[in-house]
Design a protein around this ligand. Structure first.
Ligand code: CTP
Length: 380
């Protein structure tokens, strides 16, 4: 499931002007989806194709998809009046994205070469540059490429991916370009990132407590609420650190994720992260009690009856975080209730000393656990 579909949200890029440089890799076919996706978000896109890129996608394809003129050469304007054609797109754009970025283009960018239209535009461009490398894994691992990527990163270029997986050449490894949706999301995040700079610490999903090596106690939390909060925070310009219980929910790529299983592991990560965060969002369904006497071997049914489980109460992470709140830090709790939701939720807001609480009546089918939609009360 793509992030857009999951969240019924497209990043807002109205009025943003993006220079998309497409270079000679088979992943150039994904550039067509990038143009369509960026335009669907409201952005204008001007495409520059290198000579090699034209082996994979045509100027006509890109002109049709972008609705803008597409340039491929330093010399082909046919218009003597356009004396600065070689840097037109650089003057026009808010952001430059190179997707796919080949080893050759990355090297040219690192060295500051300007021997074709794209490399010339990029030298003249003063805004943020994002590159999405795509190449054979052995090429990407080569020290020359790694050196160039490190050089560009140090210079402020944002490198998107590549991911590990099967590449078009049939080899597995890091070199596969990110998918169009992921690249568009990261482009959007690079605009949002400027807006804020504050740090959100977020918990999501359930925790687990083992009964034996194959069984555990947990709850129905899917992590979807927390993931939706992560998307909203990223889009609002926050840096997000997520402490996740077991969940398959999709988080934005920019989120720093720490996976945990037990309530104690979650508590340790949160209390450490809280020291450097501005906002805490407690969307996890933390087990209130953990088993203290899990069996070390699998419990066999021949035993006749289940061993008696003993429990100890877990730390209330939210209450503990709120207790250590400094001036300016904001704490948002959640309440999962099945009866008298508003009154119970209000009691939790006070007892845990949160700044606000979102109260869910989880007895409703379309709210709370495992639901793609939610409704409830925000009480502050
Ligand atoms: N919470 C927490 N640590 C716990 C238990 C809960 O941080 N050990 C947080 C949850 O993340 C949520 C809030 O406290 O933000 C309320 O959780 P909820 O399950 O609704 O209530 P409980 O406090 O567990 O109380 P009860 O189970 O009695 O309703």
């Amino acid at each position: 499931m793509t992030p857009f579909v999951q969240n019924n949200l497209r990043p807002a890029l109205e009025g943003k002007k993006i220079l998309l440089g497409v270079t000679g890799s088979i992943a150039a076919f994904k550039a067509c989806e990038i143009v369509r996706g960026l335009r669907a978000c409201g952005a204008r896109v001007r495409v520059v194709l290198t000579e090699s890129a034209e082996q994979f996608v045509t100027k006509t394809t890109m002109e049709t998809l972008s609705g803008e003129p597409v340039y491929t050469s330093l010399w082909n304007t046919g218009n003597a009046a356009q004396g600065t054609h070689h840097i037109d797109a650089a003057r026009w754009a808010d952001l430059a994205l190179i997707a796919p970025a080949t080893a050759n283009t990355i090297a040219k960018l690192a060295l500051g070469l300007a021997d074709d239209l794209l490399s010339t535009e990029l030298l003249a461009f003063q805004g943020p540059i994002l590159i999405a490398p795509a190449m054979n894994p052995a090429m990407y691992a080569h020290s020359a490429v790694q050196h160039n990527v490190a050089l560009l990163t140090a210079r402020g270029t944002l490198v998107l991916g590549p991911t590990a997986g099967l590449t078009a050449c049939g080899e597995e490894g890091q070199g596969r370009m990110l998918e169009a949706d992921e690249i568009i999301e990261l482009v959007a995040q690079s605009f949002y990132a400027k807006a804020n700079g504050k740090q959100v610490l977020l918990t999501l999903g359930p925790t687990r407590s083992a009964i034996d090596p194959v069984r555990f106690i947990s709850n129905r939390s899917s992590g979807l609420m927390g993931a939706a909060m992560a998307w909203a925070c990223v889009r609002a310009g926050y840096r997000v650190r997520a402490i996740c219980g077991p969940t398959t929910a999709t988080l934005p790529l920019s989120v720093q994720v720490t996976q945990v299983e037990t309530a104690a592991e979650m508590a340790a990560q949160v209390l450490e992260g809280w020291k450097t965060s501005d906002v805490f969002i407690s969307a996890a369904a933390v087990l209130d009690w953990d088993v203290t006497n899990p069996e070390t071997e699998k419990i066999k049914k021949e035993q006749g009856q289940l061993p008696t489980l003993e429990f100890k109460k877990n730390l209330d992470i939210l209450a503990e975080v709120a207790k250590h709140r400094r001036d300016g830090q904001f704490v948002l709790g959640f309440a999962a209730e099945t009866n008298d939701a508003l009154a119970n939720g209000r009691r939790k807001l006070a007892a845990k000393n949160c700044d606000a609480i979102f109260i869910n009546d989880v007895s409703q089918a379309d709210q709370g656990f495992e639901s793609e939609t939610n409704a409830g009360w925000w009480v502050a």
